[in-house]
Design a protein around this ligand. Sequence first.
Ligand SMILES: [Zn+2]
Ligand SMILES: [Zn+2]
Length: 209
Amino acid sequence: MKTLTWNVSWVNPYESGWSIIEKIKYANLISSRDLHREFDLKNLVSVIGYDILEQSKQNLTRLTGMFSNTDYNHYLIRSDLTYCEKCLCMGHHSLFHQFSLLHQCPFHLCDLRNNCSKCGQQITFNYVNYKILEGFRCNCSEFINDMNIKSVSDWQLHLPIKDELLLKWLEIDIPLARNMFKNDFFYFPHLIKEAGSMQLILNYYGFKS
Ligand SMILES: [Zn+2]
Ligand SMILES: [Zn+2]
């Protein structure tokens, strides 16, 4: 089996699977198509020593597992790649950026963006596309956002979460909340458009627990 330039310490907490794949592509100057050709997911997991799918599932549960209705994830996780320009220029994208109840980067408190900074097109958020492009590039072949990576050793970031509400959200007792919310209905098509929805749900959780 082929090897890859990779260090598991490059993965940051709550980093998205998309981001990890783009890092692998970037560090190895390899396209998704070639990566897929050389490694199936099982091989890739053993080569990089990190279970992308399992970790993504755990992160997703931490963010949305309090709602037993998994249909909500359709609204709670944005389908277009949504990113923070300050994070992405360092080669980092977080599942937090895809989480529809957050409207700012929880690390930088700046607005999120959901289109290519060069051509303006939106990019589907998925873990693997089969294009011939290398890491962090849009279909237009340019970098989605200007990159400022001096060395891949910079990839181990220690970004503290500055968003107080998100910190509270991550403290929610998932099994408890899941049980409390099981008969409740949340109209997420509306909630995700309102900036105060995370606070609203946290208040409701506090009220019920
Ligand atoms: Zn950021
Ligand atoms: Zn583009």
